[in-house]
Write a protein that binds this ligand. Structure first.
Ligand code: COA
Length: 184
């Protein structure tokens, strides 16, 4: 079983993904703080991110997780090194060659295809290393996120009824998956 190791930087002509590191703590906190209403319904860690120290602790956690090969978390940047959001590969199973992708963008940077572009960069790398299956899950009410999955040719595999605890309310969770086109 070959353990997945992803490059610390991935880029194309419009965006760069950089391994999560402390250089971006300030910008990340600023944008999380400015985007609470946009992020809060779908990302349950937002309310716990009250100070830059919280963001810095999260970065420490992602640094450890990267070293352990458990979670590859990237900061998503534009060509001016400005933070647009994040994207990560988590729930990694090296034996079964599968894992899940999560993402968010600043509200003022939605509508440009940035997450779709980041998703393509990341999934290309993951599939290059013979991973077979990538999943995306989201709240059934999160139409923007399910649209990302559909827009990028992830197949709808079903709805886990009442599987997601959203601030005490049980919501349905949608499951999307893409299989490596080179997998026999
Ligand atoms: C989910 C989220 C990342 C989607 O952002 P997004 O910008 O809509 O996603 P994409 O990168 O796929 O961009 C698609 C949009 O850009 C437009 N676009 C422009 N150029 C494009 C291109 N080259 N390629 C793809 N889309 C492009 C599309 O038309 C679409 O806009 P529309 O929704 O107005 O039709 C964003 O809404 C978000 O951060 N939400 C809050 C956090 C969240 O829910 N995270 C996921 C938890 S499961």
């Amino acid at each position: 079983m070959k353990k997945l190791i992803l490059p610390e930087t991935l880029s194309n002509e419009t965006i760069t993904l950089k391994r999560h590191n402390h250089l971006y703590d300030e910008q990340l906190f600023k944008y999380i703080d400015a985007n609470r209403a946009h992020l809060h319904p779908w990302l349950f860690w937002v309310d716990g991110t009250k100070t830059i120290e919280n963001t810095s602790k999260t970065t420490d956690f992602f640094i450890e997780q990267w070293q352990a090969g458990n979670n590859f978390a990237y900061v998503l940047l534009d060509n001016h090194n400005d933070v647009l959001g994040t994207i990560d590969f988590h729930d990694i199973n090296n034996e079964d060659r599968c894992g899940a992708i999560g993402y968010w963008l600043r509200k003022d940077k939605t509508g440009h295809g940035y997450v779709s572009s980041a998703l393509k960069l990341l999934e290309n790398e993951i599939f290059k290393q013979d991973f077979v299956r990538i999943t995306i899950t989201c709240d059934s009410l999160n139409t923007a996120s399910s649209a990302v999955a559909v827009r990028n040719q992830y197949d709808y595999e079903g709805c886990n009824k009442k599987a997601l605890n959203a601030y005490g309310e049980l919501h349905d969770r949608l499951l999307y998956a893409k299989i490596n086109p080179n997998h026999k």
